[in-house]
Design a binder for this molecule. Structure first.
Ligand SMILES: *Cc1c(COP(=O)(O)O)cnc(C)c1O
Length: 373
C-alpha cells in the first residue's frame, strides 16, 4: 500500500497486473483480468462470451442476486433450475429438463464449500450445444478433476468482497479464462472498450474505443492488499477446513439441526481424487426452526448470516418471468432452513465451543417445548 501511495498511481498502476499474474499462477488460468467487483466480472464475462438479447442463460434458482442480475445486465434472460440439496448447486437432471430452444448458456454457481457437479453439467451442455460459464465468485481454491473453479468452460469469476475467502478492503473481482479472445474482450470492456498493449499492462495504448465498454477497473490499492493476502491464502484455507471439522464434530448429534455440510470432493465415485478440493468459504447448517435459532443466537451476541432468504425466481426484479411459489421446491427449502455460522480464520476453538453450546441450549429448549406442547 505504501508503494501505491508513493507512486501516486491509484489507477493504471502496476499492482493490478502483478495480482493478475499471481492469480494466474495460483489458479492455472491462462488469463486473469482484474475488475472492480465479482458482479461486474460476471457481466463482462457474459458479454465477452457473446450473450445476445433474448438468449436464455440457465442459472440455479438459489444463489446470490448477482448471478441472475448479471445475466439481465448482459442482455440475456435467466432460466432458473432447481438445486441439489447436497451441493446447493444446480441439479444436473433439473438442468436437462429446463433447457429450451432459447437456451444458449449455462452458468452453474459454486456455493459455500463445494462445487457444482461439473462433469454432469458439462455433459448436459455438450448435448444441447450450451456454452458453460461459471459463477465461481465464492470458489477460490476449489478444484474438480484437477481444474480450478471457473476454468471448466469458457470462463469464470472471482469476488474479493471483504467477507470472501480472499477479501479486499472493499470491492474487487476478477475474470478467469483460458480463451485469449474472451480475455481480450473483457480487458477492453473493463476500460471503456479500449484495447491495450498487453492484457496486464495499464494504461491502454489506444484512445479509440472498439466496444461500448464500462469503467470496471480494479483499484491499485485493492490489488496491493490482495497480492499481500494471497501469500496467506493456503494457510487460511487450511484453517477454514479445521474450523469446519470443529463445527461438524461439535454439532454432529445436536437436536433440531437437519443438515450439516457434506464433504463432496474426493468421494470414491469422483474421478479426480487428490485433484479435487472443497474450500470452506461459509459453514452452512439447516434447521426447520431457522428464524428462531437466529433470534436465539442473536440474544447471546452471536451473529449469523442467512444465505439466501429469497430464491432468485421470487425476487421482485424477476417478477415479469412469472414464477410461482412451489416451482423450485429444493431452492425454497434451502431458503427457509439454511443459516451460516460465524466463520473466519481467526476464530479459536473456544469461539466454536461458545457458538455450539448456544445452539445446543436452543436445541434443548426446542425439545422442552415439544414435550410440553
Ligand atoms: C459475492 C458473490 C457475487 C458478487 O460478487 P461481488 O464482488 O460482491 O460483486 C456473485 N455471485 C456469488 C455466488 C457471490 O457469492
Amino acid at each position: 500500500m505504501d508503494e501505491v501511495f508513493r507512486s501516486g498511481k491509484f489507477s493504471h498502476g502496476k499492482q493490478v497486473g502483478g495480482l493478475e499474474s499471481a492469480l494466474a499462477d495460483y489458479t492455472g488460468a491462462r488469463h486473469v483480468i482484474g475488475v472492480n467487483s465479482g458482479t461486474d466480472a460476471l457481466v463482462l464475462l457474459l458479454r465477452a462470451c457473446g450473450v445476445r438479447p433474448g438468449d436464455g442463460v440457465l442459472v440455479p434458482a438459489y444463489s446470490f442476486f448477482a448471478t441472475a442480475s448479471a445475466v439481465v445486465l448482459a442482455g440475456g434472460t435467466p432460466q432458473f433450475v432447481d438445486i441439489d440439496p447436497q451441493t446447493y448447486a444446480m441439479d444436473p437432471a433439473a438442468l436437462e429438463a429446463a433447457v429450451t430452444s432459447r437456451s444458449r448458456f449455462v452458468m452453474p454457481v459454486h456455493l459455500f464449500h463445494t462445487m457444482a457437479d461439473m462433469a454432469a453439467v458439462t455433459a448436459v451442455a455438450r448435448r444441447h450445444g450450451l456454452t458453460v460459464v461459471e459463477d465461481s465468485a465464492e470458489a477460490i481454491g476449489m478444484r474438480r478433476h484437477g481444474v480450478h473453479a471457473g476454468l471448466h468452460g469458457a470462463g469464470g469469476v472471482l469476488s474479493f468482497f471483504p467477507s470472501k475467502t480472499l477479501g479486499a478492503l472493499g470491492d474487487a473481482g476478477a475474470v478467469l479464462t483460458d480463451d485469449p479472445e474472451v480475455a481480450a474482450t473483457v480487458a477492453a470492456l473493463r476500460h471503456h472498450g479500449r484495447t491495450g498493449r498487453t492484457l496486464n499492462n495499464f494504461p491502454a495504448i489506444s484512445t479509440e474505443s472498439a466496444l461500448p465498454g464500462a469503467n470496471s477497473k480494479m483499484d491499485d490499492i485493492q490489488a496491493a492488499v490482495l497480492l499481500a493476502k494471497l501469500s496467506l491464502l493456503e494457510e487460511h484455507i487450511a484453517r477454514r477446513a479445521e474450523l469446519a471439522d470443529g463445527y461438524t464434530t461439535r454439532l454432529q448429534d445436536a437436536p433440531g439441526i437437519v443438515r450439516l455440510p457434506q464433504a463432496i470432493a474426493g468421494k470414491p465415485d469422483d474421478r479426480g481424487g487428490y485433484d479435487d478440493r472443497d474450500v470452506y468459504y461459509v459453514y452452512l447448517i439447516e434447521t426447520e426452526h431457522r428464524d428462531d435459532l437466529v433470534a436465539h443466537l442473536d440474544r447471546h451476541g452471536i451473529g449469523t448470516e442467512v444465505y439466501y432468504p429469497l430464491p432468485l425466481p421470487h425476487q421482485p426484479a424477476f417478477a415479469q418471468l412469472g414464477h410461482q411459489p412451489g416451482e423450485f421446491p429444493r431452492a425454497e427449502a434451502a431458503a427457509r432452513h439454511a443459516v451460516a455460522l460465524p466463520f473466519h480464520p481467526d476464530l479459536g476453538s473456544g469461539d466454536l465451543d461458545r457458538v455450539c453450546d448456544t445452539i445446543r441450549s436452543f436445541g434443548a429448549f426446542l425439545a422442552g417445548t415439544r414435550t410440553t406442547a
